[in-house]
Design a protein around this ligand. Sequence first.
Ligand code: FAD
Length: 418
Amino acid sequence: MNQKTDILVIGGGAIGVCSAYYLSEQGRNVMIVEKGEICSGSSYGNAGMIVPSHSIPLAAPGVVSKGIRWLFNPKSPFYIKPRFSLEFFSWLWKFHRACNRHHMHRSIPVIRDLNLASLQLFEKLATIDGLDFGFEKKGMLSIFNSKKGLDEGLEEARLMQASGLEARILSAQEIQELIPHSRVTAAGGVFYPQDACIIPQPFVTETARFIEKKGVQIQTFTEVLGFEITDGRITTVKTTRGDITAKEVVLAGGVWSPEIVRDLKIKLPIQPAKGYSITYHRPHRCPELPIAMAEAKVILTPMGDTMRFAGTLELAGFDLSINMRRVQAIINNVPKYLPEMHHDSLNLIEIWRGLRPCTPDGLPFIGRPPRYKNLIIAAGHAMIGISLSPITGKLVSQLAAHENTLIDLTPLRIDRFG
Ligand SMILES: Cc1cc2nc3c(=O)[nH]c(=O)nc-3n(C[C@H](O)[C@H](O)[C@H](O)COP(=O)(O)OP(=O)(O)OC[C@H]3O[C@@H](n4cnc5c(N)ncnc54)[C@H](O)[C@@H]3O)c2cc1C
């Protein structure tokens, strides 16, 4: 069957659904196609943090040497699976080149501005009647249980302060006062009051339901297979449920984005970085605040009547298997910071893994690829795709309307790697 729409969004994760939201706000006729269910990719089981505090790009000085040190440790929070792939080598090389001070200092204001603008949009979305996704702006506490970790954390906090973000440095006693009902073991910490959190799955599915009621067409279990092109325009999108003609196409396919546009000869250096989350029923003495256990790279997010731990970053391709050693490492690390929090005393709901779409320089791709007049790409948000989803959606809608964008998109352009 041949269908028509004004704008076709490929991918029903946080980025695709937010793009559809802001496009439909402009009164455009919008359709989303999603190969599975809405929110079945990385947007489902993540930590749900909205993090101006995470405005340092993944590609930062020292990351490569840390990665190499952890390379052969099956329980480490960062792991690179050795494999022969030219694309992967090329990505690693670009990543290595981006891990420098100059790039970090240039990127912090870009990510900060995206994060702060997105936070404002989240605040607005949270006030919409019928759209409940557990938005809470109560900050995030980063705790450190080693002197070395604390020193690194304080350096990061000063970087964030220098870029205009709030970061309060806390002693062990001040941390304990902030979360009085849970015993904490920490050498010190940093409180980031501007951070917020949501429950990611209802955020995406409820927003999708909300826009569907407003007329957005949502086609699940519809996989994009290819495109027909005439004079630099996508005329037809070929899917498993027939062809769709659209005036404008938005690609928001997360880690699958490079594959979707491979035939268009667009090279998107995005690598999947697997992470895990473990969700429990909320225990009686759950900390009220989200807590980052910094050295272990584990985040605890209280989410309604549940509590979630999330962590690890595995560059292992599209391997979606669950490595229980790494899951166990997350679980075992928690009592090193919160000694009363033991897996055995908690009531498990779900172990999940997802693939973060990582670019080599830690910045997403948001923009139009030069060779195609009616394609917008919004992908590669790595560890901050939930945080940046509303602002990305807003920017996509501005690109589609040929308006000036709220934020300069030059650092995020699609062809920045040539
Ligand atoms: C453990 C973990 C914790 C995280 N914690 C946080 C956090 O606290 N805060 C934060 O901001 N971010 C976090 N992230 C990152 C965040 O989850 C991602 O950046 C974000 O979900 C990416 O959204 P997306 O819409 O681009 O991708 P996805 O959610 O993966 O959506 C892409 C969609 O495209 C669909 N698709 C793919 N191919 C096709 C096709 N051919 N046709 C049609 N549809 C297709 C997929 O099925 C999928 O639903 C975390 C990630 C992980 C793994």
